[in-house]
Design a protein around this ligand. Structure first.
Ligand SMILES: NC(=O)c1ccc[n+]([C@@H]2O[C@H](COP(=O)([O-])OP(=O)(O)OC[C@H]3O[C@@H](n4cnc5c(N)ncnc54)[C@H](OP(=O)(O)O)[C@@H]3O)[C@@H](O)[C@H]2O)c1
Length: 286
């Protein structure tokens, strides 16, 4: 059974590839840069292509049984995904596991949440058997903040204090591999979450504990966050993420008890805790 992973060189997709290989999958990874093939686990084939291009979507799904579909946040996210869905339908792909976002429909005004809502609808209408994974904010986003945490003692992600049930990417990857390799997940949507409601303050406190020195939350000031972020991110992304953080600060993004129960049943273990992730990461940073 041939499985194509899009985004397989990125944060989630590379973890999905590891989980599929642990289950002896026949795995291909789509990448725009074939030289990244050398970094893939042994036995994984790199397929060069760009989901923005018709020539790619006409070719890469031929002979593929199942697809892990991940679309990077970009102004062309929707069209990339819908071109892929149309092409997968034509190629006779038997199952798609799609990476969406937790409660995307409840904040559908956000450009990259709305993209997910439309893509989910397109997938459901396509007739291709599907599973949708809706993860919360990733613990692994904190890798981006390594320098500011270690060098300035500051935690910068403006999560607010309403509570966000952040998730470990390894739980997402396990869920994807289970959906792709075992029966019973067709037509299912799984919210993927962590065990705690994380805030800016309690995330900073967790980093303080594991690093053994004070890490201070940078606070909820989104004007300051935007000014800083525009130095290294494109303006459309800063706009979109600023509005997402405003949503987190106003409403949070919390798991329900049902989300936790379903995820625990799916994975066969409780959601991984942030403290364990942070302790492991701090160990690798020091
Ligand atoms: N960060 C969070 O907290 C969070 C939470 C929930 C959902 N999400 C969703 O997760 C997704 C991002 O996942 P990630 O963080 O794992 O991504 P990532 O690490 O940024 O990696 C992006 C991947 O997409 C591939 N890619 C980008 N543009 C492409 C194109 N035009 N054609 C083919 N491949 C392309 C890249 O491959 P190459 O560079 O090798 O071509 C790379 O493998 C987004 O949809 C985001 O909304 C994120």
């Amino acid at each position: 059974m041939k499985i194509l992973v899009t985004g397989g060189t990125g944060t989630v997709g590379s973890a999905v590839v590891r989980e599929l290989m642990a289950r002896k999958g026949d795995v291909q990874v789509l990448t725009r840069d074939k030289s990244k093939g050398g970094q893939l686990p042994q036995g994984v084939t790199a397929v060069e292509g760009n989901l923005q291009e018709v020539s790619t979507v006409r070719r890469v799904f031929d002979g593929v049984d199942k697809v892990f579909l991940l679309n990077a946040v970009s102004p062309t996210e929707s069209s990339e995904a819908h071109m892929a869905i149309t092409a997968m339908r034509r190629a006779g792909v038997k199952h798609v596991t799609y990476l969406s976002v937790h409660e995307a429909d409840k904040a559908a005004w956000l450009p990259h949440f709305w993209a997910k809502v439309g893509i989910e609808e397109g997938l459901k209408a396509s007739g291709i058997p599907y599973t949708i994974l809706r993860p919360n904010n990733f613990y692994q986003n904190d890798y981006w903040f390594k320098d500011v945490i270690l060098q300035h003692g500051v935690y910068p992600q403006p999560l607010g204090d309403a509570g966000v049930s952040r998730v470990d990417v390894r739980d997402i990857a396990e869920a994807a591999a289970i959906a792709l390799t075992t029966p019973g997940h067709e037509g299912q949507t799984y919210n993927l979450i962590g065990p705690e409601e994380m805030t800016g303050t309690n995330t900073a406190a967790a980093w303080s504990r594991v690093l053994g020195r004070p890490i201070t939350y940078a606070g909820d000031d989104l004007d300051a966050w935007e000014k800083q972020s525009l130095q290294y991110l494109p303006d459309w992304m800063v706009f979109d993420f600023r509005m997402m953080y405003q949503h987190f600060q106003e409403s949070g993004l919390q798991a329900s008890t049902e989300d936790t129960a379903r995820q625990t049943k799916l994975l066969g273990h409780a959601p991984r805790a942030f403290d364990a992730f942070a302790a492991e990461t701090a160990g690798s940073w020091q």
